[in-house]
Structure formats: C-alpha cells, structure tokens
Design a protein around this ligand. Structure first.
Ligand SMILES: [Zn+2]
Length: 320
C-alpha cells in the first residue's frame, strides 16, 4: 500500500483552501479558490470536490491514498450527522455534505467547526505546539473561539463548546447577532469597531477612515483601521483600545475558568494591528484575572493554514 495522506479543507466565507498533508502532518501542497457566493448545495459540492482534486494533483497524490478529509465549516453544523445546517454566503442549507462528498470522492470525510480547526492547527503545528491546555480566540467579522483541554479539543455536551465570542461582558449592552446583549462579539469584533468608526467618520474625527472606506462598514477592513491608527487619529485609536480592553475582560475570565498554558489570538485584526492591539488586550487580560498572572497571550503563527491543518489532523485522529 502506498503511503497515506490527509486532506484539510477550509470553506471560508470569501475563499476556500484545500491542503494535502502527510502522516507527519506536514503540508505537501495546497490550492485555493474564491468561494462561489450563493452557489447552493450541489454547486458547492462540485466546487469542493474539484478543489480537493486540484490539490491532490499538485501534490501528485491519488485519492485512494487519502485516509481522511477534514472539512472546516464557518457556520452551524451537526457533526454526528455530517450535516451543514446553514451557510448563507455559500447558499448551503440543510445539506448532508459529509455523505455526499464521501460518495463523490470515495474517501472518508469529517466536518468540523472552522474555529475549532484553527485552534487545533495552532496546537498541532503553530504557536501552541507542545502545550496541553489552550484557549484560541480569533477576532474578525465575529469572534470565534476554541478550547483544548489536556491535549484534546473540548466540544461540550452538544458540540457547541468554545463560543468565547458569545460570553457576555457588558450585560444589557449592544445586541449581538446571536440575539443576546453585550456579547464579546457585539462589543469588540471588527464589525463592532467599524460601527463606532462610522460615527467618527461622519463627525470628522477619522479622516483616513472616511477617505478609504467612507461610511461603509464592509470596507472598514483591518488594513484601513491600521492606516488611521498610523496617521495618529486619536479617536480611532481609542475605539480600538476600548475593544481590546473588553476582549481582555473576556479572556481574563477564560483564564480564571480554564487556567490554560497559553492563549492564542489570531485573525485579521491581530495580523494587521500587531502590538498596538495586542498590548492593551494583554494589559486588560491581566487586570481581569486572579488565577494565573503568568499565562501568555501569543499571536497565532499559521495564518490561513491553521484551519486546514487542524481540520486534517482532527479528521485523521478520528478516522485513522
Ligand atoms: Zn452573541
């Protein structure tokens, strides 16, 4: 029997990534494409299968050598049933993606939450390599979280564990997309920051934001926020530091509950803003913890690769 391999797949909201890994979990090849927006169940299946095949061709690996495929999904899933419940951007609803993909490719498939996969990737090969207890947090459009306890991903009773972004840090505060009020995500995601920046742009306190993004929240990407901070726009810096402070409030509680070796933080805001964002988070995190003042906050290392690596390794461990 020829050597075996694994595939990790990230069904991102804007782009999809497929990677082939060997048994040492080293990436042999990867391919990416734009996510076909609104494609629907069947077209998405075709696109996913096609991109997997493309990555295999690049790696010169045959489908028969694939022992497991891990698919990371950025939306609600039923892992046991292999069901994607809702992915509005891709137009995928109530779809048995695992079974459909297995019969199309003839290889075993496991579905995984994308942030769990990202956290696990950093734990396997990235910033948390060699640790046992890890909290992963990824502030972006929303705020995703993942929890690793004693070297295993913690899934909880119904498989939904790790939703750090929906921890309430400002009871009765802003309404969150989940329906609650004052979640971390509602208070300090990039979307929350952008909502504040709209006001600043309109009242003349954020000229760089107004120039680069107007008052369009969707255009207020991390890179634009960085430009405004670099230009010394005080009100923008205050908004970002306030968001960082709240994130630290939430992470401080996580530390007291889980006493982790490490908190890994990734995503666009961290990648673009760096220390200007991390330092206030870390200060606040320490100010809001009692149990473990030496717990480190470290930046994720793998970027986009964390999700594909984590998805592949989690699938490998489940099916091998
Ligand atoms: Zn929420």
């Amino acid at each position: 029997m020829a050597e075996k391999y694994y595939v990790g797949f990230d069904m991102g909201g804007t782009k999809m990534l497929a990677a082939v890994l060997d048994t040492e979990y080293t990436e042999c090849a990867s391919e990416k494409m734009r996510t076909p927006v609104g494609a629907g169940n069947k077209e998405m299946l075709k696109a996913i299968a096609g991109l997997v095949q493309q990555a295999l061709d690049t790696a010169k690996v045959d489908l028969k050598q694939i022992a497991a495929i891990g698919i990371a999904v950025p939306g609600p899933i039923d892992r046991d049933k292999g069901l994607v419940i809702d992915l509005p951007n891709a137009g995928m609803h109530d779809y048995h993606l695992r079974d459909e993909l297995e019969s199309r490719l003839g290889a075993r498939v496991v579905l995984e939450n994308d942030v769990n996969a990202g956290t696990y990737g950093e734990f396997t090969s990235g910033a948390a390599k060699g640790k046992r207890n890890v909290i992963g947090v990824f502030p972006g459009t929303g705020i995703g979280g993942g929890i690793i306890i004693d070297g295993a991903l913690y899934r909880g009773h119904s498989g939904r564990a790790g939703e750090i972004g929906h921890m309430i840090v400002e009871a009765g505060g802003r309404r969150c997309g989940c329906g609650k009020y004052g979640c971390l995500e509602a208070v300090c995601s990039r979307t929350a920051i952008a909502k504040d920046l709209v006001h600043l742009a309109l009242n003349g306190q954020a000229p760089t934001i107004l120039d680069k993004a107007g008052t369009d929240i969707a255009k207020m990407k991390s890179g634009v926020i960085k430009k405004a901070m670099d230009a010394g726009e005080k009100a923008v810096i205050e908004v970002v530091e306030r968001a960082a402070w709240y994130l630290g409030v939430g992470l401080g509680s996580c530390i007291d509950i889980f006493d982790p070796d490490l908190v890994v933080i990734g995503g666009g805001l961290v990648e673009k803003l760096g220390r200007a964002y991390l330092d206030p988070i870390e200060r606040s995190m320490r100010a809001h913890t009692m149990a473990a003042p030496d717990t480190k906050l470290v930046e994720a290392k793998l970027g986009d690769d964390s999700v594909v690596i984590g998805a592949a390794v989690l699938a490998a461990k489940e099916l091998d």
